[in-house]
Design a protein around this ligand. Structure first.
Ligand code: 5GP
Length: 191
C-alpha cells in the first residue's frame, strides 16, 4: 500500500456517550515526544525497564517508548480494583504479575491516569520491595484536586479536570481505548 497523507479526523466520534475532547491527537503526540526527550536525557547510559500498567497504559507506553532514544526493555502488569466501574475503591489486586526480575533495574512505571493515587501508591510499595536500583513513575494524566494519596510523579503528561475520560487506552466498559484523543465520557454509568 502506498503511504499517503493522513485523513482529517473528526474531533470526536458521532457517539452520544462521548463529550468534549480534552486533549487532541496532535497535542498528545507532541507532549509525548517531549516526555521521551526528557527521559532519554535523564536515563542516559542506562537501560530503563518500562513497566506498563495494563490495560489502560498500553497505547501511551507504545508511543512513549518510541520517543525514547535509548535501549529499553518492557514488562507489563495488570491490576484490577474492586468497586464501581468509574471509581477506584482503593483495594488493588494484581491480575498479571511481571515476568522480569527488578533487582538492580532502573524501573519506570508507565501509568495512564492518576485519580485518587491509591493504585499507584499500592504499586510503588509492591515494586520497591523487589529491590530496583531506581523506581520512577510517568503518568500521562493526573486529575486535578482528587489525589487522596500524595503521589510522587517524576513525569506527568497533562493535568486534567476531575471528569471521567476515555480514549488513548482508557476505556468505559472496555470500549473507546482506540480513540487517538482523550475525551469526556458521558454515557451509561458516568453520572
Ligand atoms: P486511582 O487509584 O488513582 O484512583 O485510579 C487509577 C485507575 O483508575 C487508573 O489506572 C484507571 O484504570 C482508572 N481511572 C481513573 N480515572 C479514570 C478515568 O477518568 N477514565 C478511565 N477510563 N479510567 C480511570
Amino acid at each position: 500500500m502506498v503511504a499517503s497523507q493522513p485523513e482529517h479526523r473528526e474531533p470526536a466520534r458521532h457517539d452520544p456517550a462521548l463529550g468534549r475532547v480534552i486533549i487532541d491527537e496532535a497535542t498528545l503526540q507532541s507532549r509525548i515526544r517531549e516526555l521521551g526527550r526528557q527521559i532519554t536525557k535523564d536515563y542516559e547510559g542506562r537501560v530503563p525497564l518500562l513497566v506498563g500498567v495494563l490495560k489502560g497504559a498500553f497505547v501511551f507506553m507504545s508511543d512513549l517508548a518510541r520517543a525514547i532514544e535509548l535501549p529499553v526493555e518492557f514488562d507489563f502488569m495488570a491490576v484490577a480494583s474492586y468497586g464501581r466501574a468509574t471509581r477506584t475503591s482503593g483495594v488493588v489486586r494484581i491480575v498479571k504479575d511481571l515476568d522480569l526480575d527488578l533487582t538492580d533495574r532502573s524501573v519506570l512505571v508507565v501509568e495512564d491516569i492518576v485519580d485518587s493515587g491509591l493504585t499507584l501508591s499500592y504499586l510503588r510499595k509492591n515494586l520497591l520491595a523487589r529491590n530496583p536500583v531506581s523506581l520512577e513513575v510517568c503518568a500521562l494524566l493526573v486529575k486535578e484536586g482528587t489525589q487522596r494519596v500524595e503521589s510522587d510523579l517524576a513525569y506527568t503528561g497533562f493535568r486534567i479536570p476531575p471528569d471521567f475520560v476515555v480514549g488513548y487506552g482508557l476505556d468505559a466498559a472496555e470500549r473507546y481505548r482506540n480513540l487517538p484523543y482523550i475525551c469526556v465520557y458521558e454515557g451509561p454509568g458516568s453520572g
